[in-house]
Design a protein around this ligand. Structure first.
Ligand code: DDH
Length: 289
């Protein structure tokens, strides 16, 4: 993982439609997790971006400091090396792409190819060096509740509606004991982008998991699905819950609000070149005849 400081116009030399397609081709792998790198690509894009502090204008996806120690070794980023390694061949193939653009575009591709909304995306992030790594503690702690979640996301510049929409990404993927210490997927279709985070949260009875691991919840009926303490905050907190109920009842409303909030997340703190165009990529399925 190099540290090359690209010149200010190198982003123009990349065909992002081709990168989109190549990332999409990397998603499936029957030997990885639930068969897709999509969820961990979404998580990489989010953790690369979610370090932003709007007061100091530090952090965020521009710079892609998540690839350097100490940031790569922050507890919250455990396991994201799997996503970075999977994408590394594309950095070689498209030498002019920045890591910041590659990691955020991977999140866009994953959301779209797994059935989610179109995410508007722009290129032009410029990589920084290890000296620009953000301090530990900027990403949310899953063991905490609504006050903590608000503190973390307000620091990025989000409001309650946007926070509630973003956490719907937990329809995707799973917790790994080897990474976060928590265990299990949030629902039965972890490789499909749906509003199931909200429907599962509301419709199940969540009970403490009986185990030696960190405190978390499982659904009482099957014991197969999980919620983090920080997830349960969205059910318990009356202001968050308004949006949880809305998104559970209306997948279109969720898709629209998620698309806006996720696009905003990926742009936090980025100084885009004035002539950087907005892309709305077609999915592979839409492109194929
Ligand atoms: Fe998350 N998340 N996340 N998350 N997240 C985990 C997995 C995934 C929190 C904690 C965890 C967002 C918000 C929060 C995804 C996307 C997003 C895991 C498990 C923990 C813990 C990691 C592991 O063991 O592998 C907390 C806390 C919050 C919060 O407070 C709001 C947001 C905003 C997103 C987003 O993308 C917009 C995804 C996807 C995963 C599944 C990863 C995988 O490998 O599978």
């Amino acid at each position: 993982e190099g540290s090359a400081q690209a010149s200010s116009s190198s982003w123009k030399k990349v065909n992002y439609n081709n990168v989109y397609k190549d990332i999409a081709d990397l998603l499936e792998d029957e030997n990885y997790d639930d068969g897709s790198y999509g969820p961990v690509f979404v998580r990489l894009a989010w953790h690369a971006s979610g370090t932003f502090d709007h007061k100091t204008r530090t952090g965020g996806s521009s710079g892609a400091t998540i690839r350097f120690e100490p940031e790569s070794a922050h507890g919250a980023n455990a396991g994201l090396d799997a996503a970075r390694q999977r994408l590394e061949p594309l950095k070689k193939k498209y030498s002019h792409i920045s890591y910041g653009d590659l990691y955020t575009l991977a999140g866009v591709v994953a959301v779209q190819e797994l059935g989610g909304p179109t995410i508007t995306w722009r290129p032009g992030r410029r990589d920084k060096t290890a000296a620009d790594c953000t301090p530990d503690g900027r990403l949310p702690d899953a063991a905490q509740g609504a006050d903590h979640v608000r503190e973390i996301f307000y620091r990025m510049g989000f409001n309650d509606q946007e926070i509630a929409a973003l956490v719907g990404a937990h329809a995707l993927g799973r917790c790994h004991t080897s990474r976060s210490g928590f265990d299990g997927p949030w629902n039965a279709s972890p490789t499909a982008f749906t509003n199931f985070f909200y429907t599962e949260l509301l419709n199940n009875t969540w009970v403490p998991k009986k185990w030696n691991g960190p405190f978390q919840y499982v659904d009482r009926e099957s014991g197969q699905f999980m919620m983090l303490p920080a997830d349960m905050a969205f059910k318990k907190d009356s202001k968050f819950r308004v949006y949880v109920e809305k998104y559970a009842a209306d997948q279109d409303a969720f898709f629209e609000d998620f698309a806006n909030a996720f696009a905003k997340l990926l742009e936090l703190g980025v100084d885009f070149p004035e002539d950087a165009p907005f892309y709305k990529f077609k999915t592979l399925e839409e492109v194929l005849p």
